[in-house]
Design a binder for this molecule. Sequence first.
Ligand code: NAD
Ligand code: ZN
Length: 360
Amino acid sequence: VNTEYKNFPMVPRVVFGRGSFDQLGAILMPRRKHSEAPFIFLVDDVFENTELAKRIPLIFNDQIIFISAEEEPKTTQVDVLVDKIKAEFGELPSGIVGIGGGTLLDLAKAVAILLTNNGSSSDYQGWDLVHKPAVFHAGIPTISGTGAEVSRTTVLLGPEKKLGINSDHTTFDQVLLDPDLTQGVSKEQWFYTGMDCYIHCIESLTGTYLNAFSQSYGEKALELCKEVYLGSLSPEESRDKLMMASWHGGMSIAYSQVGVAHAMSYGLGYLLGVKHGIGNCLVFQHLEEFYPEGVALFHEMRQKHDIALPQGVCANLSDADFETMISVAMNMVPLWENALGKNWRETITPEKLRSIYEKI
Ligand code: NAD
Ligand code: ZN
């Protein structure tokens, strides 16, 4: 019996609606400390020179920093950004606004934390190591699926590990959900990032940590994913619903955990830099043993949208490479416990994981 229940923060304010991005200026106004304390907008560089960039409500000495999402966020990258902001402005910013996918949302959370907490972001990778509140931070997703907009973590690739800064101070103070912002996403990326949400649902709903809280969000998110990927919605409805699926999927894992695909995808990400969404898909397609119904439906969705996953990703790896991935994956103990229970080591051996990686 669980004797101590975690007391999780949630996003205290959220706006939802097509075109709601134009309210951003008014939403940030009361958060401005004074004219010398800027808002810093960390924006995915796909938006450089676009209409969206022009709509960012800059005043005083506010600044936009465009950042590539080509690679997932790194602790060194966070530290450089924090030093740059500290050097450039005499005052702490009024706030940080992340505009983009999981990559930019996670960067925004991490930068906001490190502006008020000393040292390197790698010092805070883990659970509840952050003690001082971050500066105000807002998240504006432009692609749906990760749930980074609701979660209390920011996943960073550090010198030794890929691990989140999980803390009560990580969660955004404000989220703005404008489904119109996701219009430019390519079909492939829409699928990979959306499948992150789908896989969150499957891993949460079939896990041993499941409880009514997680289930209520997970079932809703799964229903929405099915409508989006197997139904016949209009493009507008589809964008609306995937944005809410991401939200619910993120809420579902707040009080449970992810599972096998995520554990193994971390190995791929760490060794090969394979990104989260596609990495999850690469692993998940071979997990019929663990998630038979979930994997069957995944293939149905993949076929319907004519998505060809890369092949031979692990074809030329050395024994040492496989060992690295296996060790990263096996270290994700809570994920395995959620997926398979306390005795997970009876099923999950290095040989077992290698046989799955070899198929990828
Ligand atoms: P992403 O942020 O890496 O973006 C994927 C691609 O889509 C990029 O090329 C980006 O430029 C492009 N893109 C984004 N919005 C676009 C738009 N509107 N139009 C055109 N292109 C657009 O992808 P993601 O899958 O959202 O995020 C992955 C990251 O999220 C990983 O770093 C992962 O670790 C992290 N993550 C975090 C959490 C969390 O709870 N904090 C959960 C899951 C994943
Ligand atoms: Zn995920």
